[in-house]
Design a protein around this ligand. Structure first.
Ligand code: UDX
Length: 433
């Protein structure tokens, strides 16, 4: 379909989804990864992550012969026209993204690239990275393009196939246009910019969404005190087109692999460039406060002291539809309870083993179902909005935890149904009954 083969380097969430979806558009795609075992599994059509719709699409690509997996970057880039870098850019510990892996790979493949090849950064990278990559690359006949992803875990395939926009930035417009053309079949608006703008669009979008969430979570905190209802407030705000009704669901704070890292990274970029941007630090601080507010409520529901109190937890992942625990607000809340020596039993549809109390994880016994997690609990806290939680048999919960208060931090349970089961109930940003 395209006029050249695509190599995707790195098969994490972004790389595997992007490579698979690009293949499904008809392009010839070779994905390279450093983990030989993972490569073998993917070649057999096994998806190493939990992502709806990905496995079917991956198997279709493998069967059609235009999606293959190889060990290492060198084999993948051989003869490729487009090289998508989908590599980890972790928090370097000081808020700055650590780009060592990106530069190592660029140095490794530099001499292997065909003249006219286009190196595409899909990983979220700081402003100026395209320029830095050109220096590491040291090739005048190879172009560098920024093409950030806006994929949400759990709906990544849908997001890729129906994007709101495709952002492509480069100082070499023909290269940017060639990358935008790879997405032509998707019929989405292409935003062609400088590399610097493209790099910033990604950070600005994620930080803006995080700010919107921190805002509604603070409104929720206020609503609880003044007797208002955050769902009604969000509904009233969301009708205003300038605000929009998305990302206004109050919860136990926001998390995941992108928002926390990107918001802090943008704050550092602003600081490094001498630009005052207090909204970003306030966004992060408000999120920590939202998590603490949930812990405060649980402590209050337990009578003011959490030591030795049995707490049931429903949901551990950072949101529904993913098995990802990275920077999960649910874990942050549980960590606060653990610090105060609560006895925590949790259920999450994607977590099978007890969590070890290390690497910033709390000490949590993992139960086989929601009822086992609830058994004997004084407080049951719902932290992740798994749809199966809306079908919980509340009468059964009342049998195993007759004195429990349920704290629904995602506002997904029906207050009338909880009351009918005879359980005490609280939600986020709603008057406490
Ligand atoms: C995010 C961005 O949305 C995506 O564009 C980017 O490429 C990667 O980061 P993701 O991390 O998958 O995607 O999560 P997202 O669905 O955006 O949710 C982030 C957090 O916000 C979660 O903790 C979620 O529970 C929370 N959230 C989201 C709310 O609390 N309320 C909402 O209304 C929406």
């Amino acid at each position: 379909m395209s006029d050249g083969r695509i190599a995707v380097i790195g098969t994490g969430y972004v790389g595997l989804t992007s490579g698979t979806c690009l293949a499904s558009l008809g392009h010839e795609v070779v994905c390279g990864d450093v983990d030989p075992e993972k490569v073998a599994r993917m070649s057999r059509g096994e998806v190493p992550i939990f992502e709806e719709g990905l496995e079917e699409l991956m198997r279709a690509g493998i069967a059609a012969g235009n999606l293959t997996f190889v060990h290492g970057a060198a084999d993948a880039v051989h003869g490729a026209k487009y090289i998508f870098l989908c590599l980890p850019t972790p928090d370097g510990g000081d808020g700055r993204a650590d780009l060592r892996i990106v530069h190592q790979v660029v140095a490794e493949i530099s001499s292997l690239l065909d003249p006219g090849a286009i190196l595409v950064t899909k990983s979220t990278v700081p402003v100026g990275t395209a320029k830095d990559i050109r220096t590491t690359l040291d090739r005048d006949d190879v172009f560098v393009v920024s093409n950030p992803e806006f994929l949400q875990e759990g709906t990544a395939v849908r997001n890729f196939m129906k994007p709101d926009r495709v952002v492509v930035g480069s100082d070499h417009r023909p290269a940017a246009e060639a990358v935008a053309a790879l997405y032509e079949a998707l019929d989405a608006p292409a935003v062609i910019t400088s590399a610097e703008s493209s790099e910033l669009i990604k950070y600005a979008s994620n930080a803006f969404l995080a700010m919107k969430l921190s805002f509604i979570n603070s409104i929720a905190g206020l609503a609880e005190v003044v007797g208002a209802d955050v769902t009604e407030i969000a509904g009233g705000m969301g009708f205003d087109d300038r605000i929009g009704n998305k990302f206004l669901k109050a919860g136990p704070g926001w998390g995941g692999s992108c928002f926390p890292k990107d918001t802090k990274a943008l704050a550092t970029i602003a600081l490094d460039n001498g630009v005052s941007f207090p909204l970003l630090t306030a966004t992060v601080q408000s999120n920590e406060e939202a998590q603490s507010r949930v812990a405060d409520r649980i402590r209050a529901a337990a009578g003011g002291d959490l030591a030795g109190v049995p707490i049931g937890v429903w949901g551990l992942t950072f949101k529904a539809g993913t098995d990802d625990l990275r920077d999960s607000p649910a874990l942050e809340v549980v960590l606060r309870l653990d610090t105060e020596n609560a006895v925590i039993t949790a259920y999450d549809p994607t977590v099978e083993k007890n969590l070890p109390a290390k690497n910033g994880y709390p000490d949590v016994t993992v139960a086989a179902d929601v009822y086992e997690a609830a058994r004997g609990a004084q407080v049951i806290v719902l932290l992740t909005e798994w749809s199966e939680f809306t079908a919980i048999d509340l009468a059964k919960v009342a049998e195993v935890a007759p004195r429990a208060t349920i704290v629904d931090c995602r506002n997904i349970l029906d207050p009338a149904a909880v009351a009918a089961a005879g359980l005490k109930f609280q939600q986020i940003g709603r008057p406490i009954s």
